[in-house]
Design a protein around this ligand. Structure first.
Ligand code: FDA
Length: 391
């Protein structure tokens, strides 16, 4: 079989790219080894797909080359994607931090992409295993469980390693290496922390508790909820910092941001000396958290028995809590994969390989990883669109 363009990966980046190239009159064949397209779109944003963000800039992305993503993001912006969603009459709403979600279902986004692909005459073949890609004189020969396909251009949109049960595979990295591309080492991002055995036992009772916190390291800080779970710590602030965390490092958690805790305790001591520490702190923190963090004995003390220096130490424990995670939950639950195909060897304008003309890498397989908040889909749309204009 012969076609103009083969795109491997029928999800966010691949389908956007396919629809764009199809509209330009190119014959496009999309191959995927999964039984259904867009599995990660469907499971995203708790089933409502956080499809973009109102405030997108290169600062929201992690990459070995922080400038690389700028070109595609500025040529196909969040406003372009919002206009597309509106044109398909998909209803959406804004949540905290400019995050946009579907009102009804993530399926609306997938159906939008599939209907655009259908209208543009894109051929999508699922349950297709690709065994080999070879460079030919004027394009590529792709051997698959559906036979040999030849094409002028080949686009790799196979995503990262996170959630293997959703058909994630290292295929894209292997193709990149086969054609001489460097891979920036990969690791799980936007992923919950697991705890050291001692902390795990200490916080076992707290599963389900969420606290608005400021979580930081020496490189970055995020202000959002943290969530205690049966396995460790999760919640948006933890997922965000996990992408900036290296094994062995500590993170600092401020459970009472924007507050002068020591001053507040001194004032309460003057006003209500017989009140117990846990009762007073319980006005601003979940009650179960206080003995777990400070110890049951201290939490039980009346304020009058505590010195001002003790208040300073309590404030330090609650506002500069140094947590050294044991690790992360890894690719099993990570939302994204950090690292990937080195951008220095790709055109930032078209995502074409600088080594192999006609070969393109788009979406998460590239070493561009967004924050939590719709940024990863926006990169998939922007990079897919950029390649779709030229293939
Ligand atoms: P994606 O991983 O979506 O697709 C890759 C495709 O390639 C898949 O269809 C796969 O089957 C196929 N493939 C893989 N290997 C293959 C092979 N060997 N042969 C053939 N086909 C192969 N982001 C965001 O912005 N907002 C959100 O709300 C969320 N929510 C979210 C929730 C969860 C649970 C996860 C795991 C992730 C998110 N994300 C997110 C991240 C987002 O889903 C992700 O960044 C994009 O789906 C990446 O799009 P791609 O098209 O690049 O890869």
């Amino acid at each position: 079989m012969q076609t103009d363009v083969v795109i491997i990966g029928a999800s966010a980046a691949g389908l956007m790219c396919a629809a764009e190239a199809g509209k330009r009159g190119r014959r496009v064949l999309v191959l995927d080894h999964a039984s259904k397209p867009g599995k990660k779109i469907l499971m995203s944003g708790g089933g409502r797909c956080n499809f973009t963000n109102l405030d997108v800039s290169a600062d929201n992305y992690i990459s070995h080359n922080p400038h690389f993503c700028k070109s595609a993001l500025s040529r196909y912006t969040q406003w372009d994607f919002i206009a597309r969603v509106d044109a398909h009459r998909i209803l959406w709403h804004e949540r905290d931090h400019g995050q946009l979600f579907c009102n009804d279902s993530a399926r609306d986004i997938l159906d939008m992409l599939l209907s655009e692909c259908r209208q543009a005459g894109v051929d999508i073949r699922l349950n297709c295993t690709i065994t080999r890609i070879d460079r030919q004189e004027d394009g590529f020969a792709i051997d698959s469980s559906r036979g040999r396909i030849t094409a002028q251009a080949c686009v790799i949109a196979t995503g990262g390693l996170s959630i293997p049960r959703m058909c994630a595979s290292p295929f894209g990295y292997q193709v990149a290496e086969q054609f001489g591309h460097r891979i920036v080492p990969t690791r799980a991002g936007l992923v919950p922390f697991t705890l050291q055995p001692r902390d795990k036992a200490r916080f076992a009772e707290l599963a389900g508790i969420a606290v608005d916190s400021r979580v930081s390291n020496d490189r970055i800080a995020f202000r959002e909820n943290i969530l205690f779970t049966h396995r460790g710590l999760s919640g948006p602030a933890i997922l965000q910092i996990s992408s900036y965390w290296q094994p062995g490092e500590a993170v600092t958690i401020n459970l009472l941001p924007d507050q002068d805790v020591a001053q507040w305790l001194k004032q309460r001591q003057a006003d209500q000396p017989n009140s117990r520490l846990k009762t007073v702190l319980g006005e601003r923190l979940p009650k179960r958290l206080i003995p777990a963090l400070l110890g049951a004995e201290l939490a039980d003390q009346p304020l009058q028995s505590l010195s001002h220096r003790r208040f300073e130490a309590i404030a330090e424990s609650l506002q500069h809590w140094q947590l050294r995670p044991n690790g992360t939950e890894g690719y099993r639950t990570a939302e994204v994969t950090l690292g990937g195909v080195d951008c220095d060897e790709l055109s930032s304008k078209t995502l074409e390989s600088k080594r192999v003309p006609g070969l393109y890498f788009i979406g998460e397989v590239v070493d561009v990883t967004g924050w939590l908040g719709g940024y990863n889909f926006q990169w998939a749309w922007s990079s897919g669109w950029a390649a779709g204009q030229v293939i």
